[in-house]
Design a protein around this ligand. Structure first.
Ligand SMILES: *Cc1c(COP(=O)(O)O)cnc(C)c1O
Length: 228
């Protein structure tokens, strides 16, 4: 059975190969370890093997792991859907939020970001798969949302995040990620981040400019949602 350290090696070589194929500096692609449903011990192993950035989707679960892992200098990213009654805890306990898709949530995060912490790094989640996805703002709504968020004082708008409809068809993957990149380019804002690519499609995402790939299964194995 492969260990988390072995998996990190494999994912690292996939990232390097994809960056090389795209003529990109491998260091321009960052690995976000998506640890939802995985126990604190798995994150500890990933930390020991060199990872620092962890992505979580469920607030209560994330806060529990943050307590258990308080002895490690981990960087926490919130990547799941956000309800308005969860914004205060997210503003207090995370360095990044990748899944902002409406202004009301961004305003609350800005108001609730503690004064002693640096601005909260934000990606706007954009829906490039139309009807197939319920999360994410529409491409049509993106420019106004991005301008409004970039004016909020306690947030730092870094870029876009997307979760295209899953497909094994490389051309379809490329088209979806290219659409995200061109939306980003069409915004007249100083953005440096494209959060896109998961275990099955990181090669395509890197070819289309991803700066964060969010990887769960390929690092930690399949998730079992039946277990607490
Ligand atoms: C679960 C999740 C991932 C990781 O997906 P894998 O296919 O397991 O790599 C990435 N991004 C988001 C937003 C997720 O919810």
């Amino acid at each position: 059975m492969s260990t988390i350290a072995d998996n990190i090696e494999l994912v690292g070589s996939r990232i390097r190969a994809a960056a090389l194929a795209a003529n990109r500096d491998e260091h321009s692609v960052h690995l976000l370890a998506v640890s939802k449903t995985k126990p604190a011990q798995a994150l500890r192993e990933a930390y020991a093997a060199g990872l620092r950035d962890f992505g979580e989707n469920y607030l209560q679960e994330a806060l529990g792991k943050q307590l258990e892992l308080a002895d490690l200098p981990l960087i926490w990213h919130f990547i799941g859907p956000i309800q308005s009654n969860k914004t205060r805890a997210i503003a207090e306990h995370f360095a990044w939020v990748h899944s902002v898709d409406r202004l009301k949530i961004a305003q609350r995060l800005s108001e609730q970001r503690p004064a002693d912490l640096p601005p909260l790094n934000i990606c706007i989640q954009v829906n490039v798969s139309g009807e197939a996805s319920k999360s994410g703002c529409t491409p049509a709504d993106l420019p106004a949302l991005a301008n409004a968020i970039s004016a909020l004082p306690r947030l730092k708008l870094r870029g876009l995040m997307a979760i295209p409809e899953p497909t094994e068809d490389r051309a379809a993957q490329d088209a979806a990620f290219a659409a995200v990149q061109s939306l980003q380019a069409s915004l007249n804002l100083p953005l440096d981040t494209l959060s896109m690519g998961m275990s099955h499609d990181l090669e395509s995402a890197i070819a289309q400019g991803a700066t964060w790939v969010r990887i769960g299964t390929a690092l930690f194995g399949a998730r079992d949602y039946g277990q607490p």
